[in-house]
Write a protein that binds this ligand. Structure first.
Ligand code: PRX
Length: 655
């Protein structure tokens, strides 16, 4: 980390927007001025201009009971209507909403009229199954148009979706279904990944099997899309094929208005403890900020742009910048099912060429892997359609930034590095492509209407040229409204640290440069960021100790050239297992164990079998020292260790 920071501090290149770009940009510098004069009035204006309200709101922000905010509370809207019907009613039904590309190369174009029709039918199916206002629906799907339709149909009937990333295991799915008390699961037989069908329905079956009494009894039905054509088991009475029920349902469905604060979705994310948090988002404020930021940060011109965000709908980026933001804006977007390198390493650039993608939004980890493969691969495709590039999910190092701009943007397309979180719901810090002079590696400035700061431990502004903790100083429309079922954890996790100031603590370190621009420096807590995915050290540790061979485990995020950070585990094995197995064999077993328990993304890159862990006198594991070992650095200050000799033992064992 420290070498990366030194590197960032030496970065001085600047890129001003071109005159041509400025002339056509959706957003100008005046947005900042308007927001500065009247922040709440500014958001009210965006909400009114960008969305259709069945019942207009009169109140903007209710912050009388912090940190529980209400935005536009007396207004009523239907999120699905805003993403679909109104575009059709405005005469844009023939506009393509989704340019879907399957991994094997099959494709489908879905217009706004067709997507609206499908969502209306599914909404009727849901209501026929008794799903309505406030019910929870789990969605566990590949990247196919039906996944987007499922989210919108759940929203349409006022229910709450909980999308679970298809790469998560049956156990993770079960935990999320149980925590939310989902009544319905929408899934597919399987989807294409890395050249073969990756099954999904079997994981749903497993997650719903062997259940006793209690909340797990909640699931009544499973709707299954046929995509992978893989064999699936069937539970009569519970399971329904999408192709049996959806086409047979009526395509008439009137979207009912719901209050702005109606819950829209729960999305689980990793925190500093073993148990994932169900982040709760509501409707009006969330949709306002997702739509606004997609429009101004990505500079979306719905009539002409072809937008592509490569995120899976299982993550917040897929919620805000695949489903809600772009569809509310009436944009045309690419939806790609598979992995970037299948069947060949130029697959993404082929997709850009095929559809003429003009706005492209992806993660630094992907950029770095393409960089490694060499520029000749993207350069053998026609990327001349690209005019805006976005980055999200982790800090982007200046080398990757400059490569992205040079090679993918052909030294013409501006880059927006967007900082935000599952909790913030939408982009918070980012350049505006027609306004900001960009700097490689910096997210730079809060978007209009958002107030952030970098402060010290006491909550005091650090001043330009200094580092500290990133905070959000004013409530924002798409802020999380809580943690599902755990209001105390919500207050504790985000608001307690700077309670006297009323700041939201993001968990990220940041630095202000001489111009006052923000540079993100990575997490300051026990949350790791691997390939732009958030993982908790505690969650992986509890998975490791759940294995019969493990006595103790400590997990750290070590910097990795491609994935940003990588999971590195230090494990103490039980004597009895060490006698009967080789350490290498056990390490391999543990790797796949974590993959099965949580999901392949959580599998440690390295597992070191050690005989001790560094602990303070009060028994707290000093992960900082383990990180030094994992990153091959000299081990730092060990004076607070109960046994100062332990680090040399560990270092020797790791070698
Ligand atoms: O550490 C920050 C990092 O990702 C975390 C949020 O992760 P998640 O909720 O999974 O959402 C990812 C997609 C929005 C943040 O706390 N992060 C996200 N974007 C950036 C970033 N770090 C630096 N620069 C970014 N642009």
């Amino acid at each position: 980390m420290s070498s990366q920071i030194d590197h960032l501090l030496n970065e001085t290149r600047h890129f001003a927007p071109s005159r041509e770009f400025v002339a056509q940009a959706v957003a100008g510098a005046d947005l900042y001025d308007r927001a500065k004069v009247d922040r709440e009035g500014f958001w009210a204006e965006q909400a009114r201009e960008l969305l259709h309200w069945h019942k207009p709101f009169t109140e903007v922000l209710d912050w009388s009971n912090p940190p529980f905010a209400q935005w536009f509370a007396d207004g009523e809207l239907n999120v699905s209507y805003n993403c679909l019907d109104r575009h059709v009613e405005a005469g844009n039904g023939d506009r393509v909403a989704l340019l879907w590309e399957g991994e094997p190369g099959d494709d489908r174009r879905v217009t706004y009229a067709e997507l609206t029709d499908e969502v209306k039918r599914l909404a009727n199916v849901l209501e026929g199954l008794g799903i309505g206002h406030g019910d929870r629906v789990a969605i566990y799907m590949p990247m196919i148009p039906e996944a987007v339709a499922a989210m919108l149909a759940v929203a349409r009937v006022g229910a709450i979706h909980s999308v679970v990333f298809g790469g998560f295991s049956a156990d993770s799915l079960r935990a999320r279904i149980d925590d939310a008390g989902a009544r319905l699961v929408i899934t597919a037989d399987g989807g294409w990944r890395k050249g073969k069908v990756s099954p999904l329905k079997p994981a749903v079956d497993q997650a719903l099997a062997d259940r006793g009494s209690g909340p797990q009894e909640s699931v009544e039905h499973v709707i299954v899309v046929k995509r992978g054509e893989n064999e699936v088991a069937w539970v009569e009475g519970r399971d329904l094929w999408w192709h049996d029920v959806v086409p047979a349902a009526s395509a008439d469905h009137t979207a009912q208005p719901f209050p702005a604060e109606n819950p829209l979705f729960i999305l689980y994310t990793s925190g500093t403890t073993g148990k994932p948090k169900g982040i709760l988002h509501t409707s009006g404020g969330y949709l306002t900020q997702a739509t606004f930021t997609n429009r101004v940060v990505h500079d979306i011109h719905p009539e002409t742009d072809v937008y592509w965000c490569t995120a899976d709908i299982g993550w917040i980026t897929g919620h805000s910048y695949v489903t809600y933001g772009p569809l509310a804006n009436g944009a045309t977007q690419v939806l790609y099912e598979g992995t970037p390198e299948t069947p060949h390493p130029g697959r993404w650039w082929e997709v850009i060429e095929k559809y003429g993608v003009s706005v492209f939004y992806t993660a630094p980890t992907a950029i770095r892997s393409f960089m490694k493969l060499g520029r000749q691969i993207p350069q053998s495709f026609d990327l001349s359609s690209v005019r805006v590039l976005g980055s999200v999910g982790e800090p982007i190092n200046p080398e990757a930034w400059v490569w992205y701009r040079d090679v993918i943007g052909e030294d013409r397309a501006p880059i927006v590095d967007t900082w935000w979180q599952t909790e913030t719901g939408a982009i918070m810090i980012s350049a505006l492509p027609g306004v900001t002079v960009t700097k490689p590696g910096a997210a730079q400035v809060a978007v209009p209407g958002i107030s952030v700061d970098v402060v010290d431990e006491a909550g005091e502004h650090v001043g330009t040229g200094n580092g500290g903790l990133l905070v959000i100083t004013e409530p924002w429309p798409s802020m999380l409204r809580g943690i599902w079922g755990d209001p105390e954890r919500f207050v504790e996790t985000y608001w307690e640290k700077f309670a006297d100031k009323g700041f939201y603590f993001a968990g990220d370190g940041a630095r202000l440069d001489e111009d006052g621009d923000v540079w993100l420096m990575g997490r300051v807590d026990d949350v790791m960021n691997v390939s732009g995915h958030r993982l908790s050290t505690a969650e992986i540790e509890s998975s490791l100790v759940a294995h019969e061979a493990t006595a103790e485990a400590a997990v750290v995020g070590a910097s990795d050239e491609t994935t940003g950070q990588a999971v590195v585990a230090f494990v103490i094995l039980k004597e009895s297992f060490l006698k009967a197995h080789t350490p290498d064999g056990l390490a391999a077993q543990l790797r796949s164990w974590v993959g099965e328990q949580i999901g392949p993304i959580a599998r440690p890159r390295d597992i070191y079998i050690v005989s001790e862990l560094p602990k303070t006198r009060s028994g707290k594991i000093m992960r900082r020292l383990l990180r030094d070992v994992a990153e091959g650095r000299e081990v730092g200050d060990t004076t607070t260790l109960a046994d100062t000799a332990v680090m040399s033992v560990i270092s020797a064992q790791v070698k």
